[in-house]
Ligand binder design. Structure first.
Ligand SMILES: Cc1cc2nc3c(=O)[nH]c(=O)nc-3n(C[C@H](O)[C@H](O)[C@H](O)COP(=O)(O)OP(=O)(O)OC[C@H]3O[C@@H](n4cnc5c(N)ncnc54)[C@H](O)[C@@H]3O)c2cc1C
Ligand SMILES: Cc1ncc(C[n+]2csc(CCOP(=O)(O)OP(=O)(O)O)c2C)c(N)n1
Ligand SMILES: [Mg+2]
Length: 572
């Protein structure tokens, strides 16, 4: 048995069913071993960055190890941005970084790089296998580390070592899914209950660490009469069937989420790493529960911090919680949410016969027509705003994004990973025109592997999110223009169904047609460039920024653009 075969045996033992990558000489041992193997597929993407994003999407959806691979030097270097995303999103991904022939390392050989250094910052574990005796142990440590610390592990493997005879002949570990119950001690639970029972105006800020604890979270909010604000990565786990939901906070959030956080006496953070300090209350008591001790106090001052898994901790806590009889804070927050939601819903309406297609309307149509268990991905840029505000989660639907690393062009490659690992689910990518074009080559992967992904391209001919940031900072937008191609025709040329909505009335039938189509499809939707997604609270700096922008725009003789801005946002 060769080292490459042993490597695949170990991966199979860890439940791996596919490897995303681009082949190359140094990977020949592995791809050749895969060629004849049953039960494991090679997903041939067109850029290794897509391979890493795709593996990250699979790992996020399944909470299991996913694998990507790149050939030596440039091949695996292309993985790096996607791996950063996986690592920062804490999803278990193994990257196989093929290396130049072992005898050449250190000579400045063709394509030589040092993956152990390159990937050190975006992995928990990153080691070179320099002799067959290290296998399978190094690979197993890598997998175990990715699973238990959650994040990326990298194994650098020279092509010649992969082709050598293995010394061991079978895997040593079985990799059961780690499911420890992590709970604060009973005295800590008692003091947590005491501090919560003493407060009458509690707001919960809940995040992705609440996955799998929906019932406990809702019960706790009911007892505490506490509105629940969610952070973006918690949306898919928290928003649905939730009478205490008051929306998201942050620049893309709802005013109700923002105010519920600011108006409380006690903020209870559960499983969240919501990063923006300025949105935390200044005077409230802050209590934080997180499975990772190092997360406590990272974003705001914390008065009481507890290390524990959400479900286990809340189960221990609930019997000690007394029913809060004071409803006022909850009632106000929920009412505020209702009006904020109504305001956002009004923005998502379209006038029959209108030439202007509002992106909010497009998002709403996607939401309405998508399957009850659809998997969505959204590009960084304004598609993240529309996804956050207009996609309805229900406990079965899933939402992927590059929420922590914030990389553009994530939606298409994440959709590839979602569809490859979930062939029977509907997968919809909400793409920016900038983001889509950035990784456009991988639209070819959809045909190559018959992945029926549906792409909706929000074509605003600009890097609109950056323009918004420039306006808020009081500078004139520059370097944000996009001279776009005909995306629908490009899609057709690549073997997809390519559609283009020319008016608001065409949006719904075309999206419906794409969703029904038995294969990959792209719908290009022209949307206005200046569609502001105003923050829930505009700070003085930002307000000043906007007016400075207007002054500069007038001085620069760009009044036409200001009128445009008004037309789109004020007089609709
Ligand atoms: C363009 C753009 C704009 C954005 N704007 C916003 C915005 O306005 N508002 C917003 O909310 N986000 C926004 N985001 C996303 C933001 O950057 C963060 O990624 C997000 O807020 C983090 O969500 P989270 O706290 O749910 O998840 P994470 O950052 O993943 O945090 C989860 C936490 O839960 C802990 N945890 C994991 N498992 C458990 C467990 N079992 N038990 C207990 N704890 C656990 C983890 O240790 C971690 O601390 C934006 C992103 C982009 C790209
Ligand atoms: C790889 C990368 N480059 C640049 C940025 C900075 N950036 C953030 S959003 C954005 C614009 C995205 O444009 P587009 O995909 O067209 O979406 P829009 O906001 O226009 O809807 C840019 C350039 C980034 N986040 N990632
Ligand atoms: Mg754009």
């Amino acid at each position: 048995m060769k080292v490459a075969n042993l490597l695949l045996d170990v991966l199979a033992g860890a439940g791996v069913e596919r490897i995303y990558g681009v082949s190359g000489d140094s990977l020949n041992g592995i791809t050749d071993a895969l060629r004849t193997r049953k039960g494991m597929e090679w997903i041939h993407v067109r850029h290794e960055e897509s391979a890493a994003f795709a593996a990250g999407a699979e790992a996020h959806l399944n909470s299991r190890l996913a694998v990507c691979a790149g050939s030596c030097g440039p091949g695996n270097l292309h993985l790096i941005n996607g791996l950063y995303d996986c690592h920062r999103s804490r999803v278990p991904v193994l990257a196989i970084a093929a290396q130049i022939p072992s005898s050449e390392i250190g000579s400045g050989y063709f394509q030589e790089t040092h993956p152990e250094h390159l990937f050190a910052q975006c992995s928990h574990y990153c080691e070179l296998v320099s002799q067959p005796e290290q296998m399978p142990r190094v690979l197993e440590i890598a997998i175990q580390t990715a699973l238990s610390k959650r994040g990326v592990s990298v194994v650098a493997l020279p092509g010649d070592i992969a082709l050598r005879e293995a010394v061991e002949d079978e895997p040593r570990l079985r990799f059961p899914e780690p499911r420890p119950d992590v709970c604060p001690s009973s005295s800590e639970i008692s003091s947590l209950a005491d501090v919560l029972n003493r407060s009458k105006k509690v707001t919960i800020l809940a995040g992705a660490g609440c996955a799998g604890a929906h019932a406990e979270l809702i019960q706790l909010a009911g007892e505490l009469r506490a509105p629940i604000v969610h952070a973006m990565r918690g949306k898919e786990f928290i928003e649905y069937d939730n009478p205490f939901d008051v929306g998201m906070t942050g620049l893309l959030g709802f005013s109700s989420g923002y105010h519920a956080m600011l108006n409380c006496d006690l903020l209870l953070m559960i499983g969240t790493d919501f990063p923006y300090q300025q949105f935390y209350p200044k005077n409230a008591i802050v209590v934080q529960i997180d499975i990772r001790g190092e997360q406590l106090g990272r974003r705001t001052k914390v008065d009481f911090g507890f290390i524990g898994d959400t479900k286990t901790t809340l189960r221990g806590l609930l019997p000690k919680i007394e029913q809060n009889r004071d409803e006022e804070h909850l009632k106000q927050s929920v009412e505020h949410y209702r009006t904020a939601r109504q305001g956002l819903d009004e923005l998502a309406q379209s006038t029959p016969g209108s030439k202007i297609i509002h992106p909010q309307y497009v998002a709403r149509v996607i939401d309405r027509l998508a399957a009850p268990d659809a998997i969505f991905s959204c590009d960084v840029g304004t598609p993240t705003v529309w996804a956050a505000r207009y996609l309805t989660m229900n406990g079965k639907r899933r939402l992927l994004g590059s929420f922590v690393h914030g990389s553009m062009a994530n939606a298409l490659p994440q959709a590839i990973g979602a569809q490859a690992s979930h062939p029977t689910r509907q997968v919809i990518a909400m793409c920016g025109d900038g983001g889509f074009a950035m990784m456009m080559g991988d639209v070819l992967t959809l045909r190559q592997h018959n992945l029926p992904v549906k792409l909706i391209v929000f074509k605003n001919d600009s890097l609109a999110f950056v323009e918004l940031e420039m306006k808020a900072a009081g500078i004139l937008e520059f370097a944000t223009d996009l001279r776009n191609p005909d995306f629908a025709k490009i899609a057709e040329g690549a073997g997809l169904l390519g559609l283009k909505a020319e008016s608001a009335d065409a949006v719904e039938p075309l999206i419906a047609e794409a969703l029904k189509h038995d294969g990959p499809a792209l719908v290009e939707v022209p949307v206005p460039r200046q569609e502001l997604s105003l923050p829930p609270s505009i700070t003085w700096e930002q307000a000043k920024g906007f007016s400075v922008f207007m002054m500069k725009a007038v001085l620069a003789g760009r009044g036409d653009e200001l009128i445009d801005l008004a037309k789109v946002n004020l007089f609709r």
